[in-house]
Design a protein around this ligand. Structure first.
Ligand code: PLP
Length: 439
């Protein structure tokens, strides 16, 4: 056994022990999971929520806390994978939904609030026109299909390990449940590779789609020159640039595109902009989007969706961005996020462990490997057993977070929650330092 596998042997034993502790503490979640398995494969209808030995069942949420059905309360740093930006019971969002309910549930017609939300989202994120959808996945599907219809070309360039939705995974080798797009795979943060592929495929390439900060692949910000090169090359070759801002729209008042100074032809958005309800959308250049104008008659591009402008979502979304996550609040929130990540970074530094933090603003990822971590290949070196152990240990200390190590802030969080996270993380690194040491 070499040193690395000896370390993993010990880590495996520690994970098994932590799982046992988890099972003892969570009998009701176990029973609910077993019942769920009878109706849903693996008891699951949303893959990302699964983790071993079984996921907690959440009974309720308040502010930035969630409580599971066994009665444990956790500070919620999972933040509904960034859609839970407002927490679980923000009074402004609740009031907006209640007012929406007073108007009726499904109205089957236009409503005034969709105009307000559309106008404000266009203004904030620099789109000339937009359309709403029910999810970020659908927003991306529609953005990709718009690019193909507009350019008359078929291929799409994606970045290895990128994620644009349940049917739009850019894992090398593809995914059996992907929508059948003809993807060209490029390396993230590899300008030479991107320029070459765009030039070589220009005649068939409809669009390049990219997350300005890769989320699922490990919260990896694009290099500035890389994103600018994509903008320049796509423009030069008549290819559309689509920014997937489903996660990154929250990082600045005008999204990541404002931070980078890169204007896409189209963008997608979703998550918290619907106030925490089912939501997504896409938009950008008027000359592309205006093809959806139904007044064009038979020539108009169709786009359907029963719940696209559901007034409950529209109400929650508009109240959220106009009253809570205002431009000033967004700046302050992400500044706080930078401070929080720096604080965690100091904790790591003090302990000299092979742990690396990445992210931007209010979104952070913890990797169990030496840095720098700039690409999915770097991130894939992270030790998954260490990651599993952190997740189970943090849960046992009252911190709810993602299994993969992504940490998402929400608006109701304050010093109490940041202190609780920092202290639990420090204790985890201290207690487990021998296991986490470099082999
Ligand atoms: C970057 C990115 N794009 C698209 C999506 C898909 O959004 P939804 O889950 O709302 O379909 C996600 C979801 O996590 C995402 O992270």
């Amino acid at each position: 056994m070499n040193l690395q596998s000896a370390r993993n042997y010990d880590l495996q034993a520690a994970v098994l022990e932590a799982e046992q502790r988890f099972v003892t503490a969570n009998p009701k979640s176990k029973a609910n999971f077993e019942a769920a398995c009878k109706a849903m494969p693996g008891g699951n209808t949303r893959t990302v929520l699964f983790y071993a030995p079984y996921p907690l069942t959440i009974a309720k949420g308040e502010g930035c806390y969630v409580t599971d059905i066994d009665g444990h309360t956790y500070a919620d740093f999972l933040g509904e994978y960034t859609a839970g930006l407002y927490g679980h019971s923000h009074p402004v969002i609740k009031k907006a939904i209640q007012e929406g309910l007073e108007r009726g549930i499904v109205l089957g017609g236009h409503n005034e609030i969709e105009v307000k939300l559309a106008t404000e989202v266009c203004r904030r994120w620099g789109m000339e026109r937009l359309r709403f959808t029910n999810s970020g996945t659908e927003g991306n599907l529609m953005a990709l299909n718009s690019a193909r219809a507009f350019t008359g070309k078929n291929k799409i360039m994606v970045f290895e390990h990128g994620y644009h939705g349940g049917v739009l995974s850019a894992k090398p080798g593809g995914s059996p449940t992907n929508a059948p797009y003809d993807f060209i795979y490029c390396k993230f943060n590899d300008t030479a590779n991107a320029k070459k592929l765009i030039a070589e495929n220009a005649k068939e390439l409809a669009a390049v789609i990219i997350e300005p900060m890769m989320g699922g692949a490990g919260c990896l910000p694009a290099d500035k020159e890389f994103l600018h090169a994509l903008r320049d090359e796509t423009k030069k070759h008549g290819v559309l640039l689509i920014l997937d801002e489903v996660v990154t729209s929250r990082l600045a008042p005008g999204g990541a595109q404002q931070i980078y100074g890169v204007k896409p032809d189209l963008m997608s958005f979703g998550k918290y902009i619907g106030g925490g309800l089912t939501f997504g959308g896409f938009g950008g250049r008027a000359d592309i989007m205006d093809n959806f104008d139904p007044r064009l008659g038979a020539k108009a591009w169709p786009h359907a969706g029963t719940f696209n402008q559901n007034q409950l979502t529209m109400s929650a979304g508009y109240a959220g961005i106009s009253q809570v996550f205002t431009e000033e609040a967004c700046v302050a929130f992400n500044k706080k996020g930078e401070g929080f990540r720096a604080r965690l970074q100091d904790i790591v530094k003090k302990r000299s462990l092979p742990v690396t933090l990445t992210g931007m603003g209010s979104v952070t990822m913890i990797h169990f490997c030496e840095g720098p971590v700039k690409t999915p290949d770097d991130a894939n070196k992270s030790n998954t057993l260490a990651r599993d152990l952190m997740h189970l240990d943090m849960l046992s200390r009252g911190i709810y977070m993602t299994r993969r190590g992504m940490v998402n802030m929400s608006v109701p969080m304050g010093d109490k929650e940041f202190d609780a996270f920092a202290s639990a993380f420090d204790t985890f690194l201290g207690e487990r330092s021998a296991l986490l040491q470099k082999a």
